[in-house]
Design a protein around this ligand. Structure first.
Ligand SMILES: Cc1cc2nc3c(=O)[nH]c(=O)nc-3n(C[C@H](O)[C@H](O)[C@H](O)COP(=O)(O)OP(=O)(O)OC[C@H]3O[C@@H](n4cnc5c(N)ncnc54)[C@H](O)[C@@H]3O)c2cc1C
Length: 382
C-alpha cells in the first residue's frame, strides 16, 4: 500500500490511549496543525497513589510544550539521588542533582505525583479532543483509511493511528500479531500518605535502598513535603486481571524484614498500600505497519528500575512528531522514528531489566542530557 504524501498538516490522526505518551503526542501534533482525536478506555482519570521521577530529559519536552514551569514549582527538586545499602544504610552512591544536575543535564530533575505530571500534559491538549470510555477492540487499515472499532459498538476512521495504549496494546496486535505482556515475577508495592504520620522522621530526598532480592524507593512528591511516597520491587505472584490490588502492611513489612529502621518505619506508618504487577514485553523490532505506529509501553514496556518508562514514552512522542513533520510519507517518517529511537530504548530496557542503574558510581548523562526536541533525526552512532 502506498501512503505517500498522506501525512500533511491537517491529516486526521487517532491517538489510542491518553496516558503520558499519548497525551504528549496529541498536544505536540495539535501544535503543528494536525487534527487529533484521542481515544481513552478509562471513564476518567483518578488520582491513584503513585509518584514519578521526571528527569531532565523529560523536562526538556515539557519545556517545549510550555508545561514545565507549573510542574517545576509543584514537584520537589532533590539535591541528590542516593543509593543506600538495605540493612546498614551505608551510602553506595550519591548522584548530585539540584543546581549541579541542572547544569550537567540541561534541565531540572524533579519528583512529583504521577497525576500532576499527567494533568500538566493533558492541559496542553485542546479541550474536547479526548473521548473517554472508548476501548479500542480492533483496528484495520485499508486503502482509504484506518478503521477503529470500540467496545461500545462505535467506530471511527483516521488517516493515521498512533498506538499509545500501553503494555497491553491492542494496536501492537495489529502491527506485530498477537503479543501479550509478561509478568516478570516481581510486584511493586506503593503508598502515598501524609508525612505527618512519620512521627518526625526526616526522610532524605529520593533514596533507593538496595536489598539482595528487593528494593524500595522513598521520596517526597511535593515541595511542601506534605506527602511521602514509597514504591518497591519484591518477588511475588500475580493471578489477577486487575491492574492493581490493595495489600496489607504485614505483607510489605515481611517482604522488607531486616531492612534499615528508617525503611521499616516508613512501611509501618503507611495507612494503605497497593500492589502492582511488574510487566514487560518481549522486545519487538517492528513499530509500525502502514497507517499504524506505536509509542511508549506499547512497543517497549520495560521494568521500572531505571524510572524511565514514561520518560521513553514522552521522548518517543517528541521524536515521532518531528519525523512526521520532516516527511510527508508515513513509511519514511515511521522508519526514521524507529531508527532514531530503538537503540536508545533498547539500552534503557536492558539496563532496567538488570536493575543496576545508579547503584554504584555511574555517569547517567547519556540518559538525562538527551534532548528529544533537538536530537538529530538520524540513526545514532553506535
Ligand atoms: C511501579 C512503577 C513505577 C514507575 N515509575 C516510573 C518513573 O518514576 N519514571 C518513569 O519514567 N516511568 C515510571 N514507570 C513506567 C511508566 O509508568 C510507564 O512506562 C508509562 O506510563 C508508559 O506510558 P504510556 O503512555 O506508554 O502508557 P500508559 O501511561 O500506560 O498509558 C496507556 C493509556 O492507554 C489506555 N488504553 C489501554 N488500552 C486501551 C484501549 N484498548 N483503548 C483505549 N485506551 C487504552 C490506558 O487506559 C492508558 O490511559 C513506572 C512503572 C511502574 C509499574
Amino acid at each position: 500500500m502506498i501512503l505517500g504524501a498522506l501525512m500533511k498538516r491537517g491529516s486526521h490522526i487517532a491517538v489510542i490511549g491518553a496516558g503520558l505518551g499519548g497525551a504528549t503526542a496529541a498536544a505536540l501534533l495539535q501544535r503543528e496543525g494536525f487534527q487529533v482525536r484521542l481515544y481513552e478506555q478509562a471513564r476518567s482519570f483518578e488520582r491513584i497513589g503513585a509518584g514519578i521521577h521526571v528527569s531532565a530529559n523529560v523536562m526538556k519536552v515539557l519545556h517545549h510544550l510550555d508545561a514545565e514551569h507549573r510542574l517545576s514549582q509543584l514537584g520537589i527538586h532533590p539535591d541528590t539521588f542516593t543509593s543506600r545499602e538495605w540493612n546498614t544504610g551505608d551510602v553506595l552512591f550519591e548522584l548530585p542533582l539540584g543546581n549541579t544536575g541542572r547544569q550537567k543535564y540541561g534541565a531540572s530533575y524533579i519528583t512529583v505525583h504521577r497525576h500532576d505530571l499527567h494533568a500538566a500534559l493533558l492541559e496542553k491538549v485542546r479541550p474536547g479532543t479526548i473521548e473517554f470510555d472508548k476501548r479500542l477492540t480492533a483496528v484495520r487499515s485499508d486503502g482509504a483509511a484506518a478503521r477503529l472499532s470500540f467496545a461500545d459498538g462505535s467506530s471511527a476512521e483516521a488517516d493515521l493511528v498512533i498506538g499509545a495504549d500501553g503494555v497491553n496494546s491492542k494496536v501492537r496486535e495489529a502491527v506485530v500479531g498477537p503479543s501479550k505482556s509478561r509478568f516478570t515475577g516481581a510486584v511493586a508495592h506503593r503508598a502515598i500518605y501524609p508525612s505527618a504520620l512519620l512521627n518526625g522522621l526526616q526522610v532524605r530526598n529520593c533514596t533507593k535502598w538496595w536489598g539482595p532480592n528487593s528494593h524500595i524507593l522513598i521520596y517526597y512528591i511535593e515541595q511542601t513535603r506534605k506527602e511521602i511516597y514509597l514504591v518497591t520491587s519484591a518477588k511475588g505472584d500475580w493471578n489477577s486481571e486487575a491492574p492493581w490490588e490493595f495489600c496489607t502492611r504485614e505483607e510489605v513489612a515481611s517482604a522488607f524484614e531486616g531492612f534499615h529502621p528508617e525503611v521499616r518505619q516508613v512501611i509501618e506508618t503507611a495507612p494503605q498500600l497497593t500492589k502492582w504487577p511488574i510487566l514487560d514485553i518481549n522486545p519487538i523490532d517492528k513499530w509500525s505497519e502502514g497507517r499504524l505506529v506505536l509509542l511508549g509501553d506499547a512497543c517497549h514496556a520495560m521494568t521500572p528500575y531505571m524510572a524511565s518508562g514514561a520518560a521513553m514514552a514522552i521522548e518517543d512522542a517528541a521524536v515521532l512528531v518531528r519525523c512526521m513533520l520532516q516527511s510527508d510519507d508515513p513509511a519514511t517518517a515511521f522508519a526514521l522514528y524507529q531508527a532514531v529511537r530503538m537503540p536508545r530504548v533498547s539500552k534503557v530496557q536492558r539496563i532496567s531489566a538488570e536493575n543496576t542503574f545508579l547503584r554504584y558510581p555511574t555517569d547517567p548523562a547519556w540518559v538525562f542530557a538527551y534532548d528529544a526536541v533537538t536530537v538529530p533525526l538520524e540513526p545514532p552512532q553506535q
